[in-house]
Design a protein around this ligand. Structure first.
Ligand code: MN3
Length: 202
């Protein structure tokens, strides 16, 4: 069964003014669709056809550039759309908040660490919050469409929050002002969704 572009759970303009409608339209409809199509092409008639994306990425041959770039692109964007919401923002609560405070001292310190990872990723890539077995959380970043499920990349563990810092994610609205985009992202993070992923993968 081929992978399909996931539907958004909100309208293209629902995340404005933090993320503009035109960017969402192109990012989801063109970029994510492109990764999805190319992933399906790359998997066609291979041993990985029909496996889950998590399984494919965890066991990836990193020299397989087509699956690395497009499988990463498919998975990363799917997570990205799901951890944002027009009702997002604020701070996490419960077990996730406890884990963040235990790793970073406070939500503010975590926010700073995550923002530094996003702003400091040279060129295209992603910033992540991951959970390790046992519940410890960790911030890291990866280049291009790599992601922490892939062998030897990023912090390992399971990504529960991801921020796309490719220019295609922010250039129309923010031009070169990546820090403003990173800061705006915090207004749309769906912490309930991140907490669900924390609980399911710790
Ligand atoms: Mn992108």
């Amino acid at each position: 069964m081929a992978f399909e572009l996931p539907k958004l759970k909100y309208a293209h303009d629902a995340l404005e003014p933090h993320i503009d409608a035109k960017t969402m339209e192109i990012h989801h409809g063109k970029h994510h669709q492109g990764y999805t199509n190319k992933l399906n092409d790359a998997l066609k008639d291979s041993d990985d056809e029909g496996k889950t994306i998590e399984n494919i990425l965890r066991n990836l041959d990193m020299d397989n550039k087509a699956v690395r770039n497009n499988g990463g692109g498919y998975y990363n964007h799917r997570l990205f759309w799901e951890v944002m919401s027009p009702d997002g923002g604020g701070e996490p609560s419960g077990d996730l908040a406890t884990a963040i405070n235990s790793a970073y001292g406070s939500f503010q310190d975590f926010k700073e660490k995550f923002s530094e990872a996003a702003k400091g990723q040279f060129g295209s890539g992603w910033a992540w919050l991951c959970v390790h077995e046992g519940g410890k959380v960790e911030v890291c970043s990866t280049p291009n469409q790599d992601n922490p499920l892939m062998p030897g990349v990023g912090c390992g563990g399971h990504p529960i929050l991801g921020l796309d810092v490719w220019e295609h994610a922010y250039y129309l609205n923010y031009q070169n002002r990546r820090p403003d985009y990173v800061s705006a992202f915090f207004n749309v993070i769906d912490w309930d969704e991140v907490a669900k992923r924390y609980a399911n993968n710790k």
